[in-house]
Design a protein around this ligand. Structure first.
Ligand SMILES: [Fe+2]
Ligand SMILES: [Fe+2]
Length: 470
């Protein structure tokens, strides 16, 4: 187990003090990060006392402590999961050889790109969520938002450490760029589209943490398999923190469903207009939000057929999530049948890995829907929430720009355009959801559109004052 030295400027378990040059470079980047946090992080809550967890070790049995801090004083640090002795490459053409402790020259630019792309999403999500504090449904939720925000900040640190430690001058430049691009910025947007979508209401936040953070989980899991050992160790520890983000999404959406069902029972109707008039999110609107964020997140896995992902796998840079669950780790012999708008194609499995990941991601997404549908069924209503087809509303890959409905059926362009806003939120739907977003900050109180959580954080009461506003 590696403890963390908190007497240092940058908490870490990578013996930063033993590498003065790297330490100085990161200490130089640190004030730029704080400046970014204050300018682009949560707006207006920088002096609030927030009950947050902070990583203090990478021990699975007790890796974090909880306490009250002001966010700008959060101890962002660098934590890598412990090195596994004699770890070998688990997939690709170099399977069985020792993992790399340094970046091989021939993979330098590809690895840098993978790290920068992952790194870019972390501060992007903080920027997307920066105004949400003003409309929090409770102090419990406000605290969870800030917990996610500081941890995404730490994930940025995780990637910046790799860039500084292993990629020299290029890496340092990329680290600066990670603070220079901004979500939704017309001139310097974030790299991936989903991370430029505004998140201006809490229903979107819960969808984002359910669908988009789950994409993050899959990306981190596949990078945790990497032959570049420092990247693998970094991602393994990030996954520990990531679990909470998806918990916020899953329980958040579950609480919305619960409250909506209470209202539906009270009024004895599932009529969307009446549910709305009673101050809850009607299920058809919830379905639209699910379809919007799920389809947007599906693009993050990339094209169905990809020579880049084939090369990344063959070279040992990026595996499949939980690579050890598969039998064949080389994939030179396997093929996959893919349906594209041109018909069925048989492609080498190596080239279809994005699709393999997307399919297992969708299975993971189903779990929450099953639970919510059971809640709806038990309440005696016939609506069922569903995930859209992976062909719906795609902007990347074989199905990009195709007029396909959420069931995966091809339509005419006119029909598609006519119906689009019966599948994803219209302006009017968004305006309605926004109208529900009233700030509730009395300890223990909840906004009317969401049920309270089953339990509080770290065994505290739901009514605990998780954020002390001044
Ligand atoms: Fe993250
Ligand atoms: Fe996350």
């Amino acid at each position: 187990m590696s403890g963390v030295n908190y007497s240092e400027k940058i908490p870490n378990n990578v013996n930063l003090v033993g590498d003065r040059t790297l330490q100085r470079a990161l200490e130089h980047w640190q004030p730029h990060f704080i400046e970014w946090w204050k300018g682009m992080g949560p707006s207006d809550f920088q002096s609030a006392d927030v009950y947050l967890r902070t990583a203090t070790s990478v021990d699975a049995q007790g890796w974090a402590t909880y306490g009250t801090v002001k966010m700008p004083d959060y101890r962002w640090g660098i934590f890598l999961a412990d090195q596994q002795a004699d770890r070998t490459i688990g997939f690709g053409d170099q399977m069985g050889q020792p993992v790399w402790q340094q970046v091989p020259g021939e993979y330098r630019s590809t690895l840098r790109r993978l790290i920068v792309t992952q790194g870019d999403t972390e501060p992007a999500s903080v920027e997307q969520q920066r105004l949400l504090g003003h409309t929090c449904p409770s102090l419990y939720d406000l605290r969870n938002l800030f917990q996610i925000n500081v941890e995404e900040g730490r994930h940025l640190w995780a990637m910046v450490y790799l860039l500084h430690a292993y990629f020299g001058r290029d890496g340092r430049e990329e680290a600066e760029e990670l603070l220079a691009r901004h979500s939704g910025d017309a001139d310097k947007p974030r790299i991936l589209t989903t991370f430029n979508e505004p998140i201006s209401d809490w229903l979107s936040l819960f969808c984002f943490t359910y669908f988009t953070d789950r994409d993050g989980k899959y990306q981190l899991k596949s990078l945790a398999e990497s032959a570049f050992d420092p990247l693998s160790r970094t991602c393994r520890f990030m996954l520990t923190e990531e679990a909470h983000h998806m918990f916020v999404g899953e329980t958040g959406l579950g609480r919305v469903v619960k409250r909506t069902l209470e209202v539906m029972k009270e009024i004895g109707s599932d009529d969307p207009a009446r549910v709305r008039a009673a101050g809850a999110v009607d299920l058809p609107t919830l379905q639209k939000y699910l379809s919007f964020w799920c389809s947007s997140s599906l693009d993050l896995f990339g094209s169905e057929i990809s020579s880049n992902s084939a090369a990344n796998f063959a070279n040992g840079l990026k595996g499949r999530p939980d690579e050890s669950q598969y039998e064949d780790h080389v994939l030179r012999e396997k093929t996959l049948a893919l349906v594209t708008p041109e018909g069925e194609q048989t492609v080498p499995m190596l080239n279809a890995l994005n699709e393999v990941m997307r399919e297992s991601y969708l299975k993971d997404c189903e779990i929450g829907l099953k639970r919510w549908n059971r809640q709806i069924e038990r309440a005696g209503f016939s609506t069922r929430l569903t995930l859209p087809s992976s062909r719906f509303r795609r902007t990347i890959g074989a199905w990009a720009g195709q007029p396909v409905d959420p069931q995966g059926k091809m339509l005419s362009k006119e029909e598609y355009e006519k119906q689009l806003y019966s599948w994803i939120p219209s302006e009017a739907d968004r305006a309605f959801v926004h109208s529900l977003m009233q700030k509730v900050v009395e300890p223990g109180k909840m906004a009317a559109w969401i049920a309270p959580p089953d339990r509080g954080i770290n065994n505290l009461a739901v009514g605990y004052e998780y954020v002390k506003l001044h």
